[in-house]
Design a protein around this ligand. Structure first.
Ligand code: ATP
Length: 294
């Protein structure tokens, strides 16, 4: 069934609704820091410094052998480019992105970064080059400093402060009695959803990876907070290869490229303006959303 033959209302609803996510990807922060099931090849590279040219080459994948989710997907993404994936729920946007940090391995084809198959890098090397921002932010009971430095415990005071500033946490820090040493969480200062998002963003500024995956991170926040967070995310994406798993079209208008994924694979790709000028799947998604939101 081609989903684009469904009523427009239905497609728009699907694009707007925040996803439940998939179990594996949802708990990414824990996943990124636990020992992976996948074992490094004996001769895998451990010390590559990557610039972030990313390519999906004939990628085929299914969670089980009887059902293929991604079939022969080809996408080439240049270092620094922002690519947004849109399309109906269940088309495989999250799945496609979860293959990059190797939460799962492809069944066929390959994914390369700067020309090297990601299976020829150690998991540590690969994942140190990727930052992921998603809806659920994992904070632990401890100081704000420790929460920002999570994942980069060797960071200096200045590096932590710079990251906090880039994520626009500096006003919050200045307002807290003990600044970075303020204990947050259950027994300390409770952070708002937007502030938690900023901590997650600060962590990634500190990690400074060339590749970024944004699982539409702002949709549970009020409009004003959302706009502010969006600005921080735009800053974060600058100079990095960024994959956006998009659920609303408004936030991805400025992406360098939009890739429309359906159950049948890649329906079309191009900039917002180019795709809108075409009478295709993207225009129909867009028109449906405009109709709905007035
Ligand atoms: P959404 O917009 O709702 O987030 P999506 O395009 O990101 O959707 P995926 O989450 O990648 O789609 O899901 C693609 C398909 O794979 C769906 O049919 C989904 O049910 C299935 N799927 C996702 N995660 C798993 C999993 N861990 N095990 C088995 N099947 C899964």
């Amino acid at each position: 069934v081609n989903v684009f033959y469904q009523p427009l209302e239905k497609i728009a609803a699907v694009v707007e609704t925040y996803p439940k996510g998939i179990a594996g990807f949802r708990n990414y922060q824990e996943l990124m820091n636990t020992e992976p099931d996948i074992v490094d090849r004996p001769d895998a590279h451990d010390d590559l410094v990557l610039s972030g040219n990313l390519a999906f080459e004939k990628v085929t994948f299914g969670y089980s052998p009887d059902r293929t989710i991604l079939d022969d997907i080809n996408i080439t993404i240049e270092a620094g480019e922002t690519v947004a994936f849109v399309g109906p729920s269940g088309a495989g946007k999250t799945t496609l992105c979860s293959l990059v940090p190797r939460f799962y391995d492809v069944d066929d084809g390959r994914i390369t970064i700067d020309g090297t198959d990601i299976r020829d890098m150690t998991m540590k090397c690969l994942r140190s080059q990727i930052g992921i921002v998603q809806q659920d932010v994992f904070l632990f009971a401890g100081t704000l400093r420790d929460n920002i430095a999570y994942g980069r415990l060797d960071a200096s005071e200045n590096e932590i402060l710079d990251a906090a500033k880039s994520a626009r946490l500096d006003d919050l820090i200045a307002s807290l009695p003990a600044g970075l040493d303020t204990v947050i969480g259950e027994r300390g200062v409770k952070l708002s959803g937007g502030q938690k998002q900023r901590v997650a963003i600060a962590r990634i500024f500190l990690k400074n990876p060339p590749i970024l995956i944004l699982d539409e991170a702002t949709s549970a926040l009020d409009t004003e907070t959302e706009r502010a967070i969006q600005q921080s995310l735009d800053d974060l994406a600058k100079g990095r290869t960024t994959l956006v798993i998009a659920h609303r079209l408004a936030t991805i208008r400025n992406a360098d490229r939009i890739v429309v994924i359906t159950q049948d694979g890649i329906a079309e790709q191009g900039s917002h303006d180019v795709l809108l000028a075409r009478d295709g799947a993207y225009r129909r998604l867009h028109e449906a959303q405009v109709l709905r939101t007035g």
